[in-house]
Design a protein around this ligand. Structure first.
Ligand SMILES: *Cc1c(COP(=O)(O)O)cnc(C)c1O
Length: 400
């Protein structure tokens, strides 16, 4: 018998908390929404967020900007990417990642993905010759063996920039995701770990790099009004040579984010409780491969992925349709046609076509689901029951 349908909304985040609403109202009442619009003695909300995020991350410098994609774009530019240069990145990621590389003038070179959804280290080492940059995307929160990644990067002289859109607050071997590479990019878009609608954060310990990034973000000559910026003299070399690629964060978003940063640790624990509820049930069913979560990894389970390996396209569609009829919204990375946020490298026709047989095999059976914090633990158990039900009927049909 089919389980009763699930009625929750997979795109529904929690409301903005009263403290954040109050902070936003204070900014609105002040009229000073632009980050450099301060009165004497005042530190802007954007600058305060930068200081607080740098402290949370354990990075020397932090820049608040317009989006995660924008942070990646200016990170590549500030790192010295030249026009037409190759940039290694994960074949399994979201389209803003190759998009940022193209925007910065680079040429994305896609690296294969393993069935545990991390960058394939052998393929990375193979493709690293002749490249100077690796934009590693910790897609859907899966962290590769970062010690091994950094060893390869060192051996090949790669500058590493981390896309931490799904690993804000995660760590590997006790080191925060984002503190391995030269710089790290975070997103505060609605579906990530802090919700300001849009927004990005860029962190680094390199003062010259960060001075260039701040000027790129559109600081004009107001770079001293930043919360976690290098000292003034670091800007001397960059202040007139660096283009203004306007993409600042405003005080309204920063005001909404600061109270969220204060409770991020608690929310990470809530996400992981929900993730483990679903993961345990799906694993026990024996129907799917769940990506390995190594002991060294402290992830943030804000979404879950599972593989039905060897599934055909028709079976995948039937499985998703049955789950959807029971109220469970799954996404499938194997679809030939991109749907909503989900696309694969075959539909990124703005970059050169690349042969990625291993990734294609993984994506053909890969399902993905958001876990918003509006879902209770009971909701998660209910969702797992539905997925297992649909997976079981798929198996029976396949075997018949
Ligand atoms: C969302 C996302 C980004 C980009 O973040 P935006 O703030 O939406 O530009 C980058 N990488 C991954 C993996 C993402 O999911």
């Amino acid at each position: 018998m089919a389980p009763k349908p699930f009625a929750g909304a997979f795109t529904q985040q929690e409301p903005i908390a009263p403290e954040a609403i109050a902070a936003a109202l204070r900014v609105l009442e002040s009229g000073r929404l632009h980050r450099y619009n301060t009165v004497a003695g005042e530190t802007s909300e954007a600058a305060l967020l930068e200081a607080e995020y740098a402290a949370f991350q354990g990075a020397d410098y932090c820049l608040a900007c317009a989006s995660g994609g924008y942070a990646m774009d200016i990170a590549l530019m500030a790192a010295g990417l030249k026009h037409g240069e190759p940039v290694l990145t994960n074949a399994f990621t979201l389209s803003p990642v190759p998009g940022a590389i193209v925007n910065a003038g680079g040429r994305p070179v896609l690296v294969e993905c393993t069935r545990d959804l991390v960058i394939d280290l052998n393929d990375l080492a193979r493709k690293a010759d002749g490249a100077r940059f690796l934009l590693i995307s910790h897609m859907r929160g899966h962290l590769a063996d970062m010690d091994a990644v950094m060893a390869i990067a060192e051996r090949h002289g790669l500058t590493v920039i981390e896309d931490c859109a799904h690993t804000m607050g995660a760590s590997w071997n006790g080191t925060k995701s984002g503190n391995f590479g030269h710089a790290a990019c975070f997103s505060t878009q609605t579906y990530k770990h802090m919700n300001a609608g849009e927004g990005g954060l860029l962190t680094s310990n390199d003062p010259d790099f960060m001075a260039r990034a701040i000027i790129l973000s559109g600081s004009y000559m107001l770079y001293e009004r930043h919360g976690a910026a290098p000292e003034k003299h670091y800007f001397e070399a960059a202040r007139l040579e660096t283009p203004n690629c306007s993409g600042r964060m405003d005080n309204l978003r920063a005001a909404i984010l600061r109270p969220q940063l204060a409770v991020l640790g608690r929310n990470i624990a809530r996400w992981n409780d929900r993730y483990r509820t679903i993961e345990t049930a799906l694993k026990a069913s024996g129907l799917f491969h769940l990506p390995e979560r190594p002991a060294a990894e402290d992830p943030v389970g804000s979404s879950i992925q599972f593989l039905a390996e060897g599934i055909t396209a028709d079976e995948a569609c039937a499985f998703m349709a049955e789950a959807k009829a029971l109220g469970v919204e799954l996404k499938w990375f194997g679809d030939a046609d991109p749907v909503a946020f989900t696309s694969n490298h075959h539909s990124w026709r703005f970059i050169a076509d690349q042969a990625l047989p291993e990734t294609d095999r993984v994506l053909s059976g890969l399902f993905d689901m958001r876990i918003p914090l509006t879902f209770s633990i009971e909701d998660c158990a209910h969702i797992a029951e539905i997925i297992i039900h649909c997976g079981t009927s798929l198996r029976l049909k396949g075997a018949a």
